[in-house]
Design a protein around this ligand. Sequence first.
Ligand SMILES: Nc1ccn([C@@H]2O[C@H](COP(=O)(O)OP(=O)(O)OP(=O)(O)O)[C@@H](O)[C@H]2O)c(=O)n1
Ligand SMILES: C[C@](O)(CO)[C@H](O)COP(=O)(O)O
Length: 259
Amino acid sequence: MSASDRAEPPGERPVRTAAVIPAAGRGVRLGPGAPKALRALNGTPMLVHAVRAMAASRAVSLVVVVAPSDGAAEVRRLLDTYPLAGTVADKTEVLVVPGGETRQESVRLGLVALPDDITVVLVHDAARPLVPVDVVDTVAAVVRGGAPAVVPALPLADTVKQVEPRTGGEPEPVVGTPERAKLRAVQTPQGFDRATLVEAHERIALEGEGATDDAGMVERMGRSVVVVLGHEEAFKVTRPLDMVLAEAVLARRRANDGF
Ligand SMILES: Nc1ccn([C@@H]2O[C@H](COP(=O)(O)OP(=O)(O)OP(=O)(O)O)[C@@H](O)[C@H]2O)c(=O)n1
Ligand SMILES: C[C@](O)(CO)[C@H](O)COP(=O)(O)O
């Protein structure tokens, strides 16, 4: 057990936290090139930034990277090349496993690789490389405090319309305007009691229904999910402009604190 792990009453299982990083996506919306997680931000692959972000948290003692299915060996070599920068990173072990066809399947394969003593799991997109450590710590702490599922999220800046989707640029009829004050834009890492997340993946896979985030599966089981405050810098690199924003955030960090 690492020094960061919570002291438990005698006879109770210690809490040990792992981060699963799904990194097996192609990055189609980013445009042609290497798989998204391997593209460089400020000269360092996006995935390395994401692993460092998880390893920077005292709570995280294991990171499982879910690599493109044909690229696990390359990802292993890459991670061995880049040291885990950060004061507490040397307590963190990093495993690499091959991913699947969908994000959901990649996360499931990451869960399968977890050792038995892991009790808390954070699931974090490689595509959110700049999440501040405070967000990681908060999510982990709220799960460790007893919440089965915790999601970082932000209030919306835009008004949202529900539409009847049309293809080919046709105007889309609006069917409603949800009350913005009650909406949140969801980020990662999402944190879970391990047993809850594993059960959610097993049940949703059996039902054959996809989900765009892990907490959504837990919600469908009728379990409690809570939101904590996310961070602007935990945005997802999805389209080309997001790369520009990520480089700008890194430049500002360098200027501010020599990161
Ligand atoms: N089969 C997949 C698909 C996605 N992901 C991961 O899930 C995260 C969120 O997915 P997204 O940002 O949508 O990435 P891509 O699927 O790569 O993007 P796109 O849809 O543009 O191809 C990313 O870290 C991505 O690598 C994954 O591990 N396995
Ligand atoms: C998990 C997620 O990042 C939460 O916002 C998001 O749902 C992933 O969606 P994507 O379409 O796979 O990028």
